[in-house]
Ligand binder design. Structure first.
Ligand SMILES: [Zn+2]
Length: 248
Protein backbone atom coordinates (compact mmCIF):
# COMPACT_ATOMS: atom_id res chain seq x y z
CA UNK A 1 0.00 0.00 0.00
CA UNK A 2 1.40 3.40 -0.91
CA UNK A 3 1.83 6.03 1.80
CA UNK A 4 -0.73 8.28 0.14
CA UNK A 5 -3.43 5.62 0.25
CA UNK A 6 -2.50 4.72 3.85
CA UNK A 7 -2.82 8.35 4.88
CA UNK A 8 -6.16 8.74 3.14
CA UNK A 9 -7.52 5.67 4.89
CA UNK A 10 -6.06 6.71 8.22
CA UNK A 11 -4.14 3.44 8.20
CA UNK A 12 -0.45 2.91 8.75
CA UNK A 13 1.53 0.29 7.00
CA UNK A 14 2.95 -2.24 9.46
CA UNK A 15 6.69 -1.91 9.65
CA UNK A 16 8.38 -5.24 9.20
CA UNK A 17 11.89 -6.07 10.32
CA UNK A 18 13.43 -8.59 7.92
CA UNK A 19 14.16 -12.04 9.40
CA UNK A 20 17.66 -12.56 10.81
CA UNK A 21 20.56 -13.54 8.57
CA UNK A 22 20.86 -17.33 8.91
CA UNK A 23 24.67 -16.99 9.14
CA UNK A 24 24.44 -14.59 12.07
CA UNK A 25 22.04 -15.74 14.71
CA UNK A 26 20.47 -13.10 16.97
CA UNK A 27 22.49 -12.83 20.19
CA UNK A 28 22.06 -10.98 23.42
CA UNK A 29 24.68 -9.79 25.85
CA UNK A 30 24.56 -8.29 29.32
CA UNK A 31 26.88 -5.29 29.41
CA UNK A 32 27.27 -5.46 33.21
CA UNK A 33 28.38 -9.10 33.07
CA UNK A 34 30.65 -8.61 30.03
CA UNK A 35 32.41 -5.54 31.35
CA UNK A 36 33.04 -7.07 34.77
CA UNK A 37 35.47 -9.43 32.99
CA UNK A 38 36.58 -7.69 29.81
CA UNK A 39 40.23 -7.15 28.86
CA UNK A 40 39.94 -3.62 27.47
CA UNK A 41 37.90 -0.48 27.05
CA UNK A 42 35.86 -0.53 23.85
CA UNK A 43 35.30 -4.29 23.93
CA UNK A 44 32.86 -5.33 21.18
CA UNK A 45 29.98 -7.08 22.98
CA UNK A 46 29.03 -9.21 19.96
CA UNK A 47 31.10 -11.02 17.32
CA UNK A 48 29.45 -9.06 14.47
CA UNK A 49 31.48 -6.23 12.94
CA UNK A 50 30.80 -6.73 9.21
CA UNK A 51 29.75 -4.01 6.76
CA UNK A 52 26.45 -2.46 7.84
CA UNK A 53 26.58 -3.98 11.35
CA UNK A 54 26.00 -1.94 14.45
CA UNK A 55 28.83 -2.66 16.88
CA UNK A 56 28.08 -1.98 20.56
CA UNK A 57 31.31 -1.76 22.59
CA UNK A 58 31.51 -1.85 26.38
CA UNK A 59 33.60 0.40 28.61
CA UNK A 60 34.10 0.47 32.37
CA UNK A 61 36.02 3.43 33.75
CA UNK A 62 36.92 3.47 37.42
CA UNK A 63 38.58 6.05 39.65
CA UNK A 64 41.38 5.22 42.07
CA UNK A 65 44.32 6.91 43.80
CA UNK A 66 46.79 5.70 41.13
CA UNK A 67 44.49 5.93 38.12
CA UNK A 68 45.14 8.21 35.15
CA UNK A 69 43.54 7.82 31.72
CA UNK A 70 45.02 10.78 29.86
CA UNK A 71 43.22 12.44 27.00
CA UNK A 72 43.05 12.06 23.23
CA UNK A 73 40.70 12.73 20.33
CA UNK A 74 38.97 10.16 18.15
CA UNK A 75 37.82 10.96 14.65
CA UNK A 76 35.45 8.40 13.19
CA UNK A 77 33.98 8.60 9.72
CA UNK A 78 30.93 6.60 10.86
CA UNK A 79 28.40 7.57 13.53
CA UNK A 80 28.75 6.66 17.19
CA UNK A 81 26.19 6.77 20.00
CA UNK A 82 27.17 6.49 23.68
CA UNK A 83 24.74 5.18 26.32
CA UNK A 84 25.61 5.37 30.02
CA UNK A 85 24.53 2.17 31.80
CA UNK A 86 25.39 3.58 35.24
CA UNK A 87 27.78 6.17 36.64
CA UNK A 88 28.82 8.05 39.78
CA UNK A 89 30.79 11.30 39.91
CA UNK A 90 31.05 11.20 36.10
CA UNK A 91 30.47 13.70 33.31
CA UNK A 92 27.84 11.36 31.85
CA UNK A 93 24.72 10.68 33.93
CA UNK A 94 23.14 7.26 34.40
CA UNK A 95 20.83 6.63 31.46
CA UNK A 96 22.28 9.45 29.37
CA UNK A 97 22.37 8.93 25.61
CA UNK A 98 24.75 11.00 23.50
CA UNK A 99 25.38 11.06 19.76
CA UNK A 100 29.03 12.02 19.41
CA UNK A 101 30.53 14.39 16.87
CA UNK A 102 32.75 12.75 14.25
CA UNK A 103 35.69 14.34 16.09
CA UNK A 104 35.31 13.96 19.87
CA UNK A 105 37.50 14.06 22.95
CA UNK A 106 38.07 10.82 24.88
CA UNK A 107 39.10 10.54 28.53
CA UNK A 108 37.78 8.70 31.59
CA UNK A 109 34.63 10.90 31.70
CA UNK A 110 35.09 10.89 35.51
CA UNK A 111 35.00 14.20 37.38
CA UNK A 112 38.03 13.13 39.43
CA UNK A 113 39.77 9.94 38.31
CA UNK A 114 41.59 9.73 41.68
CA UNK A 115 38.24 9.25 43.45
CA UNK A 116 37.66 5.53 44.13
CA UNK A 117 33.90 6.15 44.27
CA UNK A 118 33.83 7.44 40.66
CA UNK A 119 32.86 5.06 37.86
CA UNK A 120 31.07 4.90 34.53
CA UNK A 121 29.80 1.95 32.49
CA UNK A 122 29.24 3.04 28.89
CA UNK A 123 28.31 1.38 25.64
CA UNK A 124 29.60 3.13 22.53
CA UNK A 125 27.92 1.83 19.39
CA UNK A 126 29.25 2.50 15.92
CA UNK A 127 27.49 1.77 12.65
CA UNK A 128 29.85 0.14 10.15
CA UNK A 129 30.00 1.42 6.58
CA UNK A 130 27.67 -0.30 4.14
CA UNK A 131 30.02 0.32 1.23
CA UNK A 132 33.31 2.00 0.37
CA UNK A 133 36.26 2.35 2.71
CA UNK A 134 35.98 3.33 6.38
CA UNK A 135 38.63 5.29 8.19
CA UNK A 136 39.38 6.61 11.66
CA UNK A 137 42.05 8.65 13.36
CA UNK A 138 43.38 9.20 16.88
CA UNK A 139 44.87 12.56 17.70
CA UNK A 140 46.96 13.83 20.61
CA UNK A 141 47.35 17.49 21.44
CA UNK A 142 50.03 19.29 23.45
CA UNK A 143 48.99 19.84 27.08
CA UNK A 144 50.77 23.19 27.08
CA UNK A 145 49.69 24.87 23.83
CA UNK A 146 47.04 22.50 22.35
CA UNK A 147 48.96 22.11 19.07
CA UNK A 148 48.60 18.70 17.40
CA UNK A 149 51.33 16.29 18.58
CA UNK A 150 50.34 13.17 16.66
CA UNK A 151 47.60 12.27 14.22
CA UNK A 152 47.37 8.54 13.56
CA UNK A 153 45.08 7.69 10.66
CA UNK A 154 44.16 4.06 10.10
CA UNK A 155 41.95 1.96 7.91
CA UNK A 156 38.80 0.48 9.48
CA UNK A 157 37.03 -0.85 6.39
CA UNK A 158 34.77 -3.67 7.61
CA UNK A 159 34.66 -7.25 6.37
CA UNK A 160 33.85 -8.20 3.58
CA UNK A 161 34.10 -4.91 1.64
CA UNK A 162 36.81 -4.78 -1.08
CA UNK A 163 39.00 -2.54 1.10
CA UNK A 164 38.98 -4.97 4.06
CA UNK A 165 42.56 -5.78 5.11
CA UNK A 166 42.57 -9.47 6.10
CA UNK A 167 46.29 -9.46 6.93
CA UNK A 168 45.63 -6.76 9.51
CA UNK A 169 42.24 -7.71 10.98
CA UNK A 170 41.99 -11.46 10.44
CA UNK A 171 41.26 -13.99 7.72
CA UNK A 172 37.60 -14.67 6.83
CA UNK A 173 37.63 -17.94 8.82
CA UNK A 174 38.99 -16.32 12.00
CA UNK A 175 36.53 -16.81 14.88
CA UNK A 176 37.13 -13.26 16.12
CA UNK A 177 38.50 -10.40 14.05
CA UNK A 178 40.80 -7.71 15.43
CA UNK A 179 38.77 -4.60 16.18
CA UNK A 180 40.12 -1.80 13.97
CA UNK A 181 39.80 0.89 16.66
CA UNK A 182 41.79 -1.17 19.18
CA UNK A 183 44.58 -1.92 16.69
CA UNK A 184 44.70 1.76 15.74
CA UNK A 185 44.77 2.71 19.43
CA UNK A 186 47.90 0.73 20.29
CA UNK A 187 49.65 2.11 17.20
CA UNK A 188 48.61 5.60 18.28
CA UNK A 189 49.95 5.03 21.83
CA UNK A 190 53.29 3.85 20.41
CA UNK A 191 53.66 6.96 18.26
CA UNK A 192 52.39 9.30 20.98
CA UNK A 193 54.89 7.92 23.53
CA UNK A 194 57.96 8.15 21.30
CA UNK A 195 60.34 11.06 22.01
CA UNK A 196 59.20 12.71 18.80
CA UNK A 197 55.52 12.13 19.58
CA UNK A 198 55.79 13.58 23.08
CA UNK A 199 57.71 16.67 22.07
CA UNK A 200 55.60 19.56 20.81
CA UNK A 201 56.86 20.93 17.49
CA UNK A 202 55.11 24.19 18.26
CA UNK A 203 56.22 25.09 21.81
CA UNK A 204 58.88 22.46 22.63
CA UNK A 205 56.99 21.10 25.68
CA UNK A 206 57.77 17.45 26.42
CA UNK A 207 54.38 15.92 27.26
CA UNK A 208 53.88 13.19 29.88
CA UNK A 209 53.67 9.64 28.58
CA UNK A 210 50.16 8.60 27.58
CA UNK A 211 48.94 5.93 30.06
CA UNK A 212 48.09 3.26 27.49
CA UNK A 213 48.06 0.27 29.89
CA UNK A 214 44.91 1.30 31.76
CA UNK A 215 42.93 1.17 28.49
CA UNK A 216 43.83 -2.54 28.02
CA UNK A 217 44.15 -2.31 24.21
CA UNK A 218 47.40 -4.26 23.89
CA UNK A 219 46.01 -7.05 26.03
CA UNK A 220 42.87 -7.33 23.86
CA UNK A 221 44.90 -7.47 20.63
CA UNK A 222 47.23 -10.14 22.06
CA UNK A 223 44.33 -12.23 23.38
CA UNK A 224 42.45 -11.93 20.07
CA UNK A 225 45.52 -13.18 18.22
CA UNK A 226 45.96 -16.04 20.69
CA UNK A 227 42.36 -17.25 20.46
CA UNK A 228 42.50 -17.10 16.64
CA UNK A 229 45.62 -19.28 16.71
CA UNK A 230 43.99 -21.62 19.23
CA UNK A 231 40.95 -21.96 16.97
CA UNK A 232 43.20 -22.78 14.00
CA UNK A 233 45.15 -25.32 16.08
CA UNK A 234 41.91 -27.03 17.08
CA UNK A 235 40.68 -27.19 13.47
CA UNK A 236 44.02 -28.60 12.31
CA UNK A 237 44.00 -31.21 15.10
CA UNK A 238 40.45 -32.20 14.14
CA UNK A 239 41.26 -32.57 10.43
CA UNK A 240 44.45 -34.55 11.23
CA UNK A 241 42.30 -36.87 13.36
CA UNK A 242 39.78 -37.22 10.51
CA UNK A 243 42.56 -38.12 8.09
CA UNK A 244 43.91 -40.78 10.41
CA UNK A 245 40.47 -42.31 10.85
CA UNK A 246 39.94 -42.38 7.08
CA UNK A 247 43.25 -44.23 6.59
CA UNK A 248 42.71 -46.83 9.34
ZN1 LIG B 1 52.96 22.78 22.68
Amino acid sequence: MSEDVAEQDGLQETRRIPPPDPDREPLKANVYERMARAAAQLTPLFPYDHAGAIVPCGNVLVGGPDNAYGHFFHWNEVNEVAVTYGSNEAMLATGQIMATQHLHGVNSFLRDEKNPEAFAVLVVTQHQSEEGDQSEALIARCKNCKAELVRHDYDATPYPLPGYDAARHGEPDAPVRQFATTLGSIEFAGRRNSEQGRTCQSCGHVNDLFPADIWGWARMVIQTEAVSKAHRAMRQAASAQDEQETKS
